[in-house]
Ligand binder design. Structure first.
Ligand SMILES: [Zn+2]
Length: 172
């Protein structure tokens, strides 16, 4: 492997994601330390881009007495991190509410994700990794406020509370 210094954008193609058409598409390094690669180049576990930060986004699903705790660990680049944050958070808002404990766990999960979102949102735009193969980052998709599922999810606990009050008052 030639030891040419890394020049961002010097590979001739805008963005320079040379790994996009790599045969086999293997990007198995997954952010694990690789011998000879400086630690400041923590790579995104999904696309291999830099910079990336270590954080974990959580999800919750309430199923009356059962519940399911979901999590996706980094490191994430900015775009993949926002994509995972948005996916996990909308899913939690829609699927999280159905159970007594879940009524508490769901908002806590959403707040934790919102706090951790800042870590990935503050990163600079993802760049190809200087030493390892990387591909185009995930499309983070529309913002939470622009997803109908977010608003359906936020409306569910309100509807549940109204339903419980209606049932309780009709029985008295
Ligand atoms: Zn990424």
């Amino acid at each position: 492997m030639p030891s040419a210094p890394f020049h961002p954008g010097a590979q001739g193609t805008p963005g320079g994601y040379a790994g996009q058409q790599a045969p086999g598409g293997s990007f198995a390094h997954g952010g694990a330390p690789v011998p000879g690669v400086p630690m400041e180049f923590t790579a995104c576990r999904f696309c291999g881009s830099v910079p990336a930060v270590n954080t974990t986004f959580r999800g919750h699903r309430g199923l009356l007495v059962l519940m399911q705790f979901l999590s996706t660990e980094g490191p994430f680049c900015r775009d993949c991190g926002l994509g995972v944050f948005r996916h996990m958070t909308t899913r939690t808002l829609v699927q999280g509410w159905y159970g007594y404990a879940s009524m508490i766990i769901t908002p806590v999960t959403v707040v934790i994700n919102l706090i951790r979102r800042g870590k990935v949102a503050r990163l600079t735009p993802p760049q190809p990794h200087p030493y390892l193969p990387s591909r185009q980052p995930m499309d983070p998709g529309p913002r939470l406020a622009q997803r109908p599922m977010t608003w359906i999810g936020v409306g569910i606990p309100v509807a549940l509370v109204i339903l419980i009050i209606a049932i309780a008052s009709s029985g008295s």
